[in-house]
Structures are given as C-alpha cells and as structure tokens.
Design a protein around this ligand. Structure first.
Ligand code: GLC
Length: 430
C-alpha cells in the first residue's frame, strides 16, 4: 500500500490486534531469545524438533477469545530469529514438517481469522540463526564459537537472501490475501542490551527494495512495517508507549505499538511481570487517543494453549470491552486537550473521557463549556451532571471558585465505578 493515508485508514480500522509468538522456543519456555542468550550449538537447539507437538492447538478458541477482547486482527510468527518455520517450506526442512506434529500451523490460524472476519498479518524474521548461509554476527548464538567463526566467510549472504525472498514468496502465495507483513529486524550500528553489535545487517543484506516490491506485487493491498531498513507503511514502537503520536519528516505517520503481557514474547513460564488488566486497558486507550493501533502479544504454550495468565488478561480486557467498545471501535484522537490523568478518544460527536485516576467529585474540562449536550458513564449509561463555568465567582468557605470561561465541570460520584477504567461519554453539540 503506497500512500500513507490509506495505511492510516487501514490501521485505524484494525486498531487492536493479537500478536502470536510461537515456535520451538515455546518448549524452552524461557523467552524466544534463549538460544542467543545460552549460546547453544545448533544440534542442541535442534533437539527441540523432537518434542514440538501442540496437541491442544485450537486456533478457533484463540481467536474467539481475542475477538471477545475487541481484537480485529492477528499477526503470527511464521518464523522467528531461530529460523524454525511453522509451515512446511519447500526451502528448508527446519520446519513443522520435521516435528511429531508434522502439519502446517500457519494455514489454520489464517482460516480461523478469516472465519471470524479478522485481518491477518504474518511476522517473518529477517534474522535467521539456523540458516547455514546467514553470517554469524554479534547477535548470533554462535558468536563466541571459534570453529564456527573460523568458517564464517564461507557463509554467503546472497544465498541467504535468495532463501529469504523465496520464503516470503511462499508465505504470500499460499494463504490467500494477507493484510500485513511484519518483518523483523534490521540492526546495522545497533546496540543490544548495552553492547554494540558487530556484523549487523540491514537493507542491503535483505535486498530490501526488491523484497518490498515482491511483497507488493504478490499482495497489492499489504501493509509492510518499518523494520526492513527502508521506510515502511507504519512504524512499530516496541514495548513502550510514545509520549506523542509519532511523526516522520514532521508529518504524522501511521503507527502500531507492539506490547507484551509480561515483557517476554515467547511463552515464559516463570515470568512474574504480568501487567494487570487495568494497565493493559489504559495502554490500549492511550494508543487510540494518539491515533495508533496496539498489537498485544500472547505466547502460546508448546501444547498449543494460552496459559491461564494470558487467558485472565484477555478475558479481563473483554469484560471492559463488552461495555466500552464504543469508546475504542471507530474512535481516534480528539483535538480537545484532556485534563491530567485522563485521555480522550473521539468518534464523530461523541467524546470519551477516560479517567485513569479517580478524582474527588469534580473533573474540569477546558474548552468544553457550552459544547456538551449530555454526559453519562459508558458502562451503565447513568447521567453525569455538568456545571457550566461562572468565571468571576470567588472561592469562599464551601463554595469553590468559578472555573475559567470555557471550562466545563463534571460532577462525579464519590465511589469509583467498578470497571477497569471508567469512561464518561460526552454528547457534543453540533
Ligand atoms: C524484537 C525481538 C523479538 C520480538 C519482536 C516483536 O525485535 O527480537 O523477539 O519478536 O521484536 O516486536
């Protein structure tokens, strides 16, 4: 998709999606970078092939749960940095075909998404720690292996490039229309966990321009992310919330934040950093209030299920969404500036005030005096009283001073509603 206006529209229509990181590392259950961290020899990592058998795999159940949480698209790791392919690629046998499961895992996820009217993105790692022609560099698991390093100049990036393009061709021709291609990642002059990475790779290594044209030729409507080393259709802040909507050359650029449930992308059994539901909901609201999309990750277990903590997170979001979807779906940034600890989202003449902290009795809304016809909580449609400003009233004893001209005041109950984030719906006057 060439022009960024349509990319922005497409992302806006998606808004909230499910990222899935799944592969051999799910068996290790200690983060998808474990091979890199533990510097394992190739044969040792390959052992996991023998044990990958996701007998509880049920993509319909995954996506029903995601859809209930308000997610409208899914992005699946078809191959991560370890090089293991979730589909039966004609170009390698380091794939699902060599596991006890033995059958394609990409197609069933794509089909389950389509059946539910969800869009589909495919994540594909540009980095490949398994391919024999991928030159060893500072991120590679063999980076300290003297024998492998001695043979490093026999690795031929041009041959790897042919493989990479061939695999992307397979993915973009086997599964019907694909909405998003999520390539990961370029790392020239890159610093990883505080250390500069030697041998980093970028656009030249990948044949970026050619790969992008190939993808567009095979899938004319596809959106491509920004990690190929050349500009993409959207940018991908990872594990942080931008303080302001991102820009490129001073202009707003479509963006999709990718976020984890606990800091790890792959299933990480002993991880204790689960974000509480209300924090996840606030992150989604913050994203929409800045006109972005949020891709929230689950790392399924090696048996093919979402673990109980992922289930609780998605179900908690679903519980909030059941009542508050209208403040998210089809909504985006507002031109009004919200008061402290609040975010606005807006859909036409409906302005949504998301209260991240619960104030005592009143909240003041600059610029909204005379503009609000009716105010109510979203969760129960109960009316909220509004008070127009009396700018020259002095404060005295129990009488608060009048607000500035232009500032509308809402009168809130003392008790905070029991929802993850309370939202007030403001019906604006035409
Ligand atoms: C990264 C990581 C990775 C994860 C991805 C998701 O760059 O290398 O493990 O898949 O980002 O955004």
């Amino acid at each position: 998709m060439a022009d960024s206006i349509s990319a922005a529209d497409a992302l806006r229509a998606r808004r909230f999606g499910l990222f899935l990181h799944w592969g051999l590392y799910s068996i290790a259950a200690r983060n998808e970078w474990m091979w890199h961290r533990e510097r394992l020899p190739v044969a040792k990592y390959e052992q996991y092939l023998k044990y990958f058998e996701p007998d509880l795999f049920d993509p319909g159940a995954w996506l029903d749960r995601a859809a209930a949480a308000g997610m409208r698209y899914v992005v699946l790791t078809t191959k991560h940095h370890d090089g293991f392919c979730l589909w039966d690629s004609a170009l390698t046998d380091f794939s699902i075909a060599r596991t006890p499961w033995g059958r394609d895992l990409v197609g069933p996820v794509v089909e389950a998404a389509r059946e539910r009217g969800m869009q589909v993105g495919l994540y594909y790692s540009l980095i490949d720690w398994h391919h024999p022609d991928f030159p060893i560099d500072g991120l590679h698991p063999l980076r300290d292996d003297p024998e492998a390093l001695a043979a490093n100049d026999r690795r031929d990036i041009a041959r790897y490039r042919t493989y990479l393009h061939g695999q992307v061709r397979e993915l973009l021709t086997r599964y019907g229309p694909i909405d998003e291609l999520w390539l990961d990642f370029s790392y020239q002059n890159h610093v990883h966990e505080g250390t500069p990475v030697w041998g980093g790779k970028g656009a030249d290594a990948w044949g970026a321009a050619e790969l992008r044209s190939l993808a567009r030729q095979l899938q004319p409507g596809i959106l491509i992310n920004d990690r190929l080393g050349i500009p993409g259709d959207f940018v991908t802040p990872e594990q942080y919330q931008p303080s302001d909507p991102p820009t490129r050359d001073g202009n707003p650029v479509p963006w999709e934040a990718c976020q984890t449930l606990n800091g790890s992308w792959g299933y990480d059994r002993d991880n204790q950093d689960d974000k509480p539901v209300d924090l996840l909901v606030r992150m989604l609201i913050d994203t929409v209030s800045k006109d972005g999309s949020m891709l929230l990750n689950v790392g399924p277990t090696a048996r093919g299920e979402f673990d109980p903590r992922a289930v609780a997170a998605l179900d908690g979001i679903a519980e909030w969404m059941r009542r508050h979807a209208r403040a998210i779906d089809g909504a985006g940034a507002s031109t009004f500036a919200p008061p402290a600890d609040c975010r606005y989202t807006q859909r036409g003449d409906r302005l949504y005030l998301h209260l991240f902290a619960w104030p005592f009795e009143t909240v003041h809304l600059p610029g909204l005096a005379g503009r609000v016809e009716h105010a109510q909580f979203v969760h129960d449609a109960s009316q909220i009283a509004v008070r127009e400003p009396v700018p020259d009233r002095p404060a005295y004893a129990t009488t608060p001073g009048g607000q500035d001209a232009g500032t509308l005041t809402l009168e809130l109950p003392v008790r905070r509603p029991e929802v993850a984030v309370p939202v007030v719906e403001l019906f604006l006057r035409g």
